[in-house]
Design a protein around this ligand. Structure first.
Ligand SMILES: NC(=O)N[C@@H](CC(=O)O)C(=O)O
Length: 437
Protein backbone atom coordinates (compact mmCIF):
# COMPACT_ATOMS: atom_id res chain seq x y z
CA UNK A 1 0.00 0.00 0.00
CA UNK A 2 2.98 2.33 0.13
CA UNK A 3 5.29 3.69 -2.53
CA UNK A 4 8.62 5.23 -1.74
CA UNK A 5 11.20 6.70 -4.06
CA UNK A 6 14.64 8.15 -3.51
CA UNK A 7 16.48 9.64 -0.52
CA UNK A 8 15.26 12.95 0.79
CA UNK A 9 15.27 15.96 2.98
CA UNK A 10 11.55 16.38 2.39
CA UNK A 11 9.00 13.66 2.88
CA UNK A 12 5.30 13.51 2.17
CA UNK A 13 3.09 11.08 4.04
CA UNK A 14 -0.21 11.00 2.20
CA UNK A 15 -3.69 9.77 3.06
CA UNK A 16 -3.40 9.21 6.80
CA UNK A 17 -5.83 9.80 9.64
CA UNK A 18 -4.10 11.47 12.58
CA UNK A 19 -4.60 9.23 15.63
CA UNK A 20 -7.18 7.37 13.51
CA UNK A 21 -9.54 10.37 13.78
CA UNK A 22 -11.22 12.63 11.25
CA UNK A 23 -10.73 12.73 7.48
CA UNK A 24 -7.49 11.62 5.80
CA UNK A 25 -4.80 14.28 5.40
CA UNK A 26 -1.29 14.61 4.01
CA UNK A 27 1.70 15.48 6.19
CA UNK A 28 4.75 17.25 4.78
CA UNK A 29 8.04 16.85 6.63
CA UNK A 30 10.99 19.12 5.89
CA UNK A 31 14.42 18.62 7.46
CA UNK A 32 13.07 16.36 10.15
CA UNK A 33 10.14 18.46 11.32
CA UNK A 34 6.46 18.49 10.40
CA UNK A 35 6.11 21.50 8.08
CA UNK A 36 2.53 21.27 6.81
CA UNK A 37 -0.66 19.26 7.36
CA UNK A 38 -3.38 19.54 4.72
CA UNK A 39 -5.03 17.89 1.77
CA UNK A 40 -3.85 17.58 -1.81
CA UNK A 41 -0.23 18.23 -0.87
CA UNK A 42 2.29 17.29 -3.54
CA UNK A 43 5.97 17.61 -4.34
CA UNK A 44 8.56 16.07 -2.03
CA UNK A 45 11.76 14.09 -2.41
CA UNK A 46 9.96 11.02 -1.14
CA UNK A 47 6.32 10.02 -0.72
CA UNK A 48 4.90 7.40 1.62
CA UNK A 49 1.34 6.43 0.70
CA UNK A 50 -0.45 5.92 4.01
CA UNK A 51 -3.36 4.20 2.27
CA UNK A 52 -5.95 5.67 4.60
CA UNK A 53 -4.13 4.26 7.64
CA UNK A 54 -3.52 5.70 11.10
CA UNK A 55 -0.67 8.13 11.82
CA UNK A 56 0.73 7.93 15.33
CA UNK A 57 3.76 9.39 17.10
CA UNK A 58 6.68 6.92 16.92
CA UNK A 59 6.63 4.34 19.68
CA UNK A 60 8.98 4.51 22.68
CA UNK A 61 10.00 1.28 24.43
CA UNK A 62 11.28 1.73 27.97
CA UNK A 63 12.35 -1.91 28.26
CA UNK A 64 14.41 -3.72 25.62
CA UNK A 65 17.27 -6.20 25.83
CA UNK A 66 19.66 -5.76 22.90
CA UNK A 67 22.35 -8.14 24.26
CA UNK A 68 25.29 -6.09 22.96
CA UNK A 69 27.94 -6.30 24.29
CA UNK A 70 28.35 -9.94 25.20
CA UNK A 71 25.62 -11.99 23.58
CA UNK A 72 25.75 -10.84 19.98
CA UNK A 73 24.81 -14.39 18.98
CA UNK A 74 21.27 -13.64 20.22
CA UNK A 75 20.84 -9.94 19.31
CA UNK A 76 22.91 -6.91 18.41
CA UNK A 77 22.20 -3.21 18.53
CA UNK A 78 21.83 -3.44 14.75
CA UNK A 79 19.40 -6.39 14.61
CA UNK A 80 17.46 -5.13 17.62
CA UNK A 81 17.23 -1.67 16.05
CA UNK A 82 15.87 -3.26 12.87
CA UNK A 83 13.22 -5.12 14.87
CA UNK A 84 12.36 -1.87 16.64
CA UNK A 85 12.00 0.13 13.43
CA UNK A 86 9.83 -2.59 11.90
CA UNK A 87 7.71 -2.54 15.05
CA UNK A 88 7.07 1.20 14.74
CA UNK A 89 9.57 2.32 17.39
CA UNK A 90 11.63 5.50 17.16
CA UNK A 91 13.28 5.17 20.59
CA UNK A 92 14.14 2.18 22.76
CA UNK A 93 15.81 1.81 26.14
CA UNK A 94 18.41 -0.94 26.20
CA UNK A 95 18.66 -2.71 29.54
CA UNK A 96 21.95 -2.91 31.42
CA UNK A 97 22.18 -6.71 31.87
CA UNK A 98 24.73 -7.11 29.11
CA UNK A 99 28.19 -8.69 29.46
CA UNK A 100 29.93 -6.62 30.65
CA UNK A 101 27.12 -4.94 32.55
CA UNK A 102 26.36 -1.33 31.55
CA UNK A 103 27.45 0.10 34.88
CA UNK A 104 29.96 2.70 33.67
CA UNK A 105 29.74 5.78 31.48
CA UNK A 106 32.25 4.21 29.08
CA UNK A 107 29.80 1.44 28.36
CA UNK A 108 26.57 3.46 28.30
CA UNK A 109 28.21 6.01 25.98
CA UNK A 110 29.34 3.15 23.73
CA UNK A 111 25.78 1.77 23.47
CA UNK A 112 24.41 5.23 22.68
CA UNK A 113 27.02 5.88 19.97
CA UNK A 114 26.55 2.43 18.44
CA UNK A 115 22.80 3.03 18.26
CA UNK A 116 23.35 6.38 16.57
CA UNK A 117 25.76 4.77 14.07
CA UNK A 118 23.12 2.18 13.16
CA UNK A 119 20.64 5.02 12.92
CA UNK A 120 17.34 3.10 12.81
CA UNK A 121 16.07 4.08 16.25
CA UNK A 122 17.43 6.09 19.17
CA UNK A 123 18.98 3.52 21.50
CA UNK A 124 19.06 4.98 24.99
CA UNK A 125 21.18 2.92 27.36
CA UNK A 126 19.74 2.08 30.76
CA UNK A 127 22.50 2.23 33.37
CA UNK A 128 22.83 -0.39 36.08
CA UNK A 129 21.81 0.71 39.57
CA UNK A 130 24.47 -1.45 41.23
CA UNK A 131 27.96 -2.48 40.14
CA UNK A 132 27.73 -5.66 38.07
CA UNK A 133 24.03 -5.99 39.00
CA UNK A 134 25.37 -7.49 42.22
CA UNK A 135 23.05 -5.53 44.47
CA UNK A 136 25.78 -4.48 46.91
CA UNK A 137 27.33 -1.20 45.71
CA UNK A 138 25.80 1.71 43.81
CA UNK A 139 27.12 2.17 40.28
CA UNK A 140 28.41 5.55 39.02
CA UNK A 141 24.94 6.94 38.37
CA UNK A 142 26.14 10.55 38.11
CA UNK A 143 28.88 9.79 35.59
CA UNK A 144 26.44 7.86 33.41
CA UNK A 145 23.83 10.62 33.65
CA UNK A 146 26.45 13.23 32.71
CA UNK A 147 27.96 11.24 29.83
CA UNK A 148 27.25 11.55 26.11
CA UNK A 149 24.34 9.14 26.50
CA UNK A 150 22.71 11.30 29.18
CA UNK A 151 21.40 8.19 30.90
CA UNK A 152 17.89 8.94 32.13
CA UNK A 153 16.90 5.63 33.61
CA UNK A 154 18.73 3.13 35.81
CA UNK A 155 17.76 -0.47 36.40
CA UNK A 156 19.22 -3.79 37.52
CA UNK A 157 16.47 -5.45 35.46
CA UNK A 158 16.74 -9.20 35.47
CA UNK A 159 17.51 -8.73 39.14
CA UNK A 160 15.71 -6.79 41.83
CA UNK A 161 17.47 -4.10 43.86
CA UNK A 162 16.35 -6.03 46.91
CA UNK A 163 18.41 -4.34 49.65
CA UNK A 164 16.04 -1.64 50.94
CA UNK A 165 18.86 0.65 52.08
CA UNK A 166 20.53 0.49 48.67
CA UNK A 167 17.20 1.14 46.96
CA UNK A 168 16.62 4.10 49.24
CA UNK A 169 20.06 5.53 48.39
CA UNK A 170 19.46 4.95 44.67
CA UNK A 171 16.19 6.86 44.89
CA UNK A 172 17.88 9.70 46.75
CA UNK A 173 20.56 9.95 44.06
CA UNK A 174 17.86 9.68 41.40
CA UNK A 175 16.06 12.65 42.88
CA UNK A 176 19.25 14.72 42.83
CA UNK A 177 20.13 13.70 39.29
CA UNK A 178 16.60 14.05 37.94
CA UNK A 179 16.58 10.43 36.73
CA UNK A 180 14.39 7.39 37.23
CA UNK A 181 14.97 4.06 38.96
CA UNK A 182 13.20 1.22 37.13
CA UNK A 183 12.67 -1.68 39.46
CA UNK A 184 12.42 -5.36 38.53
CA UNK A 185 10.06 -6.10 41.40
CA UNK A 186 10.92 -9.57 42.62
CA UNK A 187 11.70 -10.33 46.25
CA UNK A 188 14.39 -12.96 45.65
CA UNK A 189 13.77 -14.85 48.89
CA UNK A 190 10.25 -15.63 47.66
CA UNK A 191 11.31 -16.87 44.21
CA UNK A 192 14.19 -19.25 44.98
CA UNK A 193 13.96 -21.93 42.27
CA UNK A 194 10.71 -20.46 40.91
CA UNK A 195 9.99 -20.95 37.21
CA UNK A 196 6.23 -20.44 36.79
CA UNK A 197 3.38 -18.47 38.34
CA UNK A 198 2.45 -20.02 41.70
CA UNK A 199 -1.08 -21.31 41.20
CA UNK A 200 -3.15 -24.32 40.17
CA UNK A 201 -1.47 -24.70 36.78
CA UNK A 202 2.07 -24.77 38.17
CA UNK A 203 0.95 -27.20 40.88
CA UNK A 204 -0.60 -29.53 38.29
CA UNK A 205 2.46 -29.36 36.05
CA UNK A 206 4.96 -29.78 38.88
CA UNK A 207 6.66 -26.42 38.28
CA UNK A 208 8.08 -24.44 41.22
CA UNK A 209 5.93 -21.38 41.88
CA UNK A 210 6.76 -17.61 41.66
CA UNK A 211 4.12 -16.05 43.92
CA UNK A 212 2.42 -12.74 43.21
CA UNK A 213 3.58 -11.60 46.65
CA UNK A 214 7.21 -11.57 45.46
CA UNK A 215 6.30 -8.74 43.08
CA UNK A 216 3.72 -6.99 45.22
CA UNK A 217 5.87 -6.81 48.37
CA UNK A 218 8.59 -4.96 46.43
CA UNK A 219 6.10 -2.64 44.71
CA UNK A 220 4.64 -1.71 48.11
CA UNK A 221 8.07 -1.27 49.68
CA UNK A 222 9.43 0.81 46.82
CA UNK A 223 6.38 3.06 46.73
CA UNK A 224 7.05 3.90 50.37
CA UNK A 225 10.79 4.33 49.80
CA UNK A 226 10.10 6.63 46.83
CA UNK A 227 7.67 8.64 48.94
CA UNK A 228 10.26 9.25 51.64
CA UNK A 229 13.27 9.68 49.32
CA UNK A 230 11.38 11.95 46.94
CA UNK A 231 12.81 9.99 44.01
CA UNK A 232 10.92 8.57 41.05
CA UNK A 233 10.41 4.83 40.81
CA UNK A 234 9.15 3.01 37.72
CA UNK A 235 7.83 -0.53 38.05
CA UNK A 236 9.02 -2.80 35.25
CA UNK A 237 6.66 -5.38 33.73
CA UNK A 238 3.76 -5.23 36.24
CA UNK A 239 2.13 -8.64 36.20
CA UNK A 240 -0.47 -9.00 38.94
CA UNK A 241 -3.89 -7.64 39.85
CA UNK A 242 -2.48 -6.85 43.31
CA UNK A 243 0.25 -4.68 41.79
CA UNK A 244 -2.48 -2.68 40.05
CA UNK A 245 -4.16 -1.99 43.38
CA UNK A 246 -0.86 -0.98 44.99
CA UNK A 247 -0.14 1.40 42.09
CA UNK A 248 -3.61 2.88 42.44
CA UNK A 249 -3.02 3.44 46.15
CA UNK A 250 0.47 4.89 45.67
CA UNK A 251 -0.63 7.27 42.92
CA UNK A 252 -3.54 8.44 45.06
CA UNK A 253 -0.97 9.36 47.75
CA UNK A 254 0.89 11.50 45.21
CA UNK A 255 3.92 9.18 45.19
CA UNK A 256 6.12 9.56 42.10
CA UNK A 257 5.55 6.05 40.81
CA UNK A 258 4.91 4.88 37.25
CA UNK A 259 4.54 1.44 35.73
CA UNK A 260 4.69 -0.49 32.49
CA UNK A 261 3.04 -3.70 31.32
CA UNK A 262 4.24 -6.00 28.57
CA UNK A 263 2.07 -7.09 25.63
CA UNK A 264 2.52 -10.73 26.65
CA UNK A 265 1.19 -10.16 30.16
CA UNK A 266 -1.91 -8.56 28.65
CA UNK A 267 -2.64 -11.42 26.26
CA UNK A 268 -1.22 -14.67 27.60
CA UNK A 269 -1.92 -16.58 30.80
CA UNK A 270 -0.29 -19.55 32.48
CA UNK A 271 -2.60 -22.06 30.80
CA UNK A 272 -0.01 -21.89 28.00
CA UNK A 273 2.47 -23.74 30.19
CA UNK A 274 0.60 -27.05 29.68
CA UNK A 275 2.89 -27.97 26.77
CA UNK A 276 6.06 -27.29 28.80
CA UNK A 277 7.26 -25.25 25.83
CA UNK A 278 9.86 -22.91 27.32
CA UNK A 279 8.99 -20.18 24.81
CA UNK A 280 6.34 -19.34 27.42
CA UNK A 281 8.87 -19.01 30.24
CA UNK A 282 9.33 -15.36 31.16
CA UNK A 283 10.14 -13.20 34.12
CA UNK A 284 7.80 -12.28 35.77
CA UNK A 285 5.85 -15.38 34.75
CA UNK A 286 2.63 -15.46 32.76
CA UNK A 287 -0.07 -15.15 35.43
CA UNK A 288 -3.77 -16.05 35.48
CA UNK A 289 -6.53 -14.73 33.26
CA UNK A 290 -7.85 -12.58 36.11
CA UNK A 291 -4.46 -10.82 36.21
CA UNK A 292 -4.55 -10.20 32.43
CA UNK A 293 -8.02 -8.69 32.79
CA UNK A 294 -6.90 -6.41 35.64
CA UNK A 295 -3.76 -5.33 33.75
CA UNK A 296 -5.78 -4.43 30.65
CA UNK A 297 -8.23 -2.39 32.67
CA UNK A 298 -5.37 -0.63 34.48
CA UNK A 299 -3.66 0.27 31.21
CA UNK A 300 -6.89 1.66 29.78
CA UNK A 301 -7.50 3.66 32.94
CA UNK A 302 -3.93 4.96 33.24
CA UNK A 303 -3.13 3.27 36.55
CA UNK A 304 -0.49 1.47 34.49
CA UNK A 305 1.14 4.19 32.44
CA UNK A 306 2.53 2.48 29.39
CA UNK A 307 3.38 -0.58 27.37
CA UNK A 308 6.97 -1.83 27.31
CA UNK A 309 8.06 -4.90 25.41
CA UNK A 310 10.72 -6.52 27.65
CA UNK A 311 12.06 -7.78 24.30
CA UNK A 312 14.36 -10.57 25.55
CA UNK A 313 16.09 -12.54 22.79
CA UNK A 314 17.56 -15.93 23.64
CA UNK A 315 19.43 -18.54 21.63
CA UNK A 316 17.66 -21.69 20.49
CA UNK A 317 19.63 -23.89 22.90
CA UNK A 318 18.53 -21.66 25.79
CA UNK A 319 14.87 -22.16 24.94
CA UNK A 320 14.62 -25.59 23.31
CA UNK A 321 15.46 -27.46 26.48
CA UNK A 322 13.72 -28.60 29.64
CA UNK A 323 11.52 -25.91 31.19
CA UNK A 324 13.56 -25.55 34.39
CA UNK A 325 16.83 -25.06 32.50
CA UNK A 326 15.49 -22.60 29.92
CA UNK A 327 16.25 -18.87 30.12
CA UNK A 328 13.24 -16.62 30.78
CA UNK A 329 12.26 -14.04 28.16
CA UNK A 330 10.37 -13.44 24.92
CA UNK A 331 10.79 -11.29 21.83
CA UNK A 332 8.44 -8.32 21.66
CA UNK A 333 9.48 -5.43 19.44
CA UNK A 334 7.89 -6.54 16.17
CA UNK A 335 4.67 -7.86 17.66
CA UNK A 336 3.87 -5.24 20.33
CA UNK A 337 1.58 -3.03 18.27
CA UNK A 338 -0.42 -6.00 17.01
CA UNK A 339 -0.80 -7.51 20.47
CA UNK A 340 -2.00 -4.16 21.79
CA UNK A 341 -4.45 -3.95 18.88
CA UNK A 342 -5.70 -7.45 19.72
CA UNK A 343 -5.97 -6.94 23.48
CA UNK A 344 -6.93 -3.28 23.80
CA UNK A 345 -8.16 -1.78 20.51
CA UNK A 346 -10.32 -4.64 19.23
CA UNK A 347 -12.69 -4.44 22.20
CA UNK A 348 -12.62 -0.64 22.47
CA UNK A 349 -10.60 -0.48 25.69
CA UNK A 350 -8.25 1.89 23.86
CA UNK A 351 -8.76 3.92 20.71
CA UNK A 352 -5.77 4.90 18.56
CA UNK A 353 -5.27 8.07 20.55
CA UNK A 354 -5.04 5.83 23.58
CA UNK A 355 -2.46 3.67 21.81
CA UNK A 356 -0.42 6.84 21.15
CA UNK A 357 -0.66 7.59 24.86
CA UNK A 358 0.53 4.20 26.14
CA UNK A 359 3.10 3.40 23.44
CA UNK A 360 4.59 6.83 22.82
CA UNK A 361 3.49 9.84 24.87
CA UNK A 362 3.60 8.40 28.39
CA UNK A 363 6.86 6.49 27.99
CA UNK A 364 8.52 9.57 26.45
CA UNK A 365 7.24 11.74 29.30
CA UNK A 366 8.29 9.26 32.00
CA UNK A 367 11.93 9.46 30.94
CA UNK A 368 11.75 13.04 29.71
CA UNK A 369 12.58 12.65 26.02
CA UNK A 370 12.01 16.10 24.51
CA UNK A 371 11.62 14.98 20.88
CA UNK A 372 9.52 11.82 21.24
CA UNK A 373 5.86 11.27 22.00
CA UNK A 374 5.12 14.77 20.75
CA UNK A 375 1.80 15.90 19.23
CA UNK A 376 1.44 15.41 15.48
CA UNK A 377 1.46 19.10 14.65
CA UNK A 378 3.34 21.64 12.53
CA UNK A 379 6.74 22.45 14.00
CA UNK A 380 7.05 19.16 15.88
CA UNK A 381 9.79 16.60 15.21
CA UNK A 382 8.74 13.98 12.66
CA UNK A 383 9.07 10.81 14.73
CA UNK A 384 6.07 8.98 13.32
CA UNK A 385 4.52 5.59 12.70
CA UNK A 386 1.99 4.73 10.00
CA UNK A 387 -0.28 1.82 10.96
CA UNK A 388 -2.69 -0.16 8.81
CA UNK A 389 -5.45 -0.88 11.33
CA UNK A 390 -7.32 -3.26 9.03
CA UNK A 391 -4.41 -5.52 8.13
CA UNK A 392 -3.94 -8.93 9.68
CA UNK A 393 -0.73 -10.92 9.55
CA UNK A 394 0.53 -14.26 10.72
CA UNK A 395 3.67 -14.09 12.81
CA UNK A 396 6.56 -16.16 11.46
CA UNK A 397 9.26 -16.34 14.12
CA UNK A 398 11.95 -17.21 11.59
CA UNK A 399 11.14 -14.12 9.50
CA UNK A 400 11.53 -11.57 12.30
CA UNK A 401 14.48 -9.17 12.15
CA UNK A 402 15.70 -10.25 15.56
CA UNK A 403 18.66 -12.62 15.66
CA UNK A 404 16.59 -14.88 17.92
CA UNK A 405 13.20 -16.47 17.33
CA UNK A 406 11.75 -16.95 20.83
CA UNK A 407 8.32 -15.46 20.30
CA UNK A 408 5.22 -17.00 21.86
CA UNK A 409 3.21 -15.37 19.05
CA UNK A 410 4.68 -17.59 16.32
CA UNK A 411 1.93 -18.74 13.90
CA UNK A 412 -0.64 -16.45 15.54
CA UNK A 413 -2.69 -14.25 13.24
CA UNK A 414 -2.80 -10.76 14.70
CA UNK A 415 -4.51 -7.51 13.73
CA UNK A 416 -2.88 -4.22 12.64
CA UNK A 417 0.46 -3.76 10.98
CA UNK A 418 3.18 -1.13 10.99
CA UNK A 419 3.40 0.21 7.44
CA UNK A 420 6.18 2.76 7.87
CA UNK A 421 8.34 4.26 10.62
CA UNK A 422 9.89 7.71 10.35
CA UNK A 423 12.78 8.89 12.56
CA UNK A 424 13.47 12.64 12.39
CA UNK A 425 11.96 12.77 8.91
CA UNK A 426 13.82 9.72 7.59
CA UNK A 427 12.01 6.50 6.70
CA UNK A 428 13.60 3.70 8.76
CA UNK A 429 11.17 0.92 7.87
CA UNK A 430 8.59 0.56 5.15
CA UNK A 431 6.37 -2.31 4.05
CA UNK A 432 8.23 -4.75 6.30
CA UNK A 433 11.69 -3.74 5.07
CA UNK A 434 14.29 -1.82 7.03
CA UNK A 435 15.74 1.21 5.29
CA UNK A 436 19.44 1.49 6.13
CA UNK A 437 20.92 4.98 6.16
N1 LIG B 1 12.25 -10.77 31.27
C1 LIG B 1 12.88 -11.91 31.11
O1 LIG B 1 12.23 -12.96 31.17
N2 LIG B 1 14.19 -11.96 30.87
C2 LIG B 1 15.10 -10.86 30.94
C3 LIG B 1 15.60 -10.58 32.30
C4 LIG B 1 14.65 -10.88 33.38
O2 LIG B 1 13.83 -10.00 33.72
O3 LIG B 1 14.70 -11.98 33.93
C5 LIG B 1 16.29 -11.16 30.06
O4 LIG B 1 17.27 -10.38 30.05
O5 LIG B 1 16.29 -12.18 29.36
Amino acid sequence: MTRATGASTSLLITDVRLYGEGDPVDVRVVDGDIAEIGTGLAGADETVDGGGGVLLPGFVDLHTHLREPGREDTETIETGSAAAALGGYTAVFAMANTDPVADTAVLTDHVWRRGQAVGLVDVHPVGAVTVGLQGTQLAELGAMADGDAHVKMFSDDGKCVHDPLLMRRALEYARGLGVLIAQHAEEPRLTVGAIAHEGPNAARLGLAGWPRSAEESIVARDAILARDAGGRVHICHASTAGTVELLRWAKAQGIAITAEVTPHHLLLDDSRLATYDAVNKVNPPLREDSDCVALRAALAEGVIDCVATDHAPHAEQEKCCEFAAARPGMLGLQTALSVIAATMVADGALDWRGVARVMSERPAAIVGLPDQGRPIAVGEPANLTVVDPDATWTVDASALASRSANTPFDSMTLPARVVATVLRGRVTAIDGEVRAR
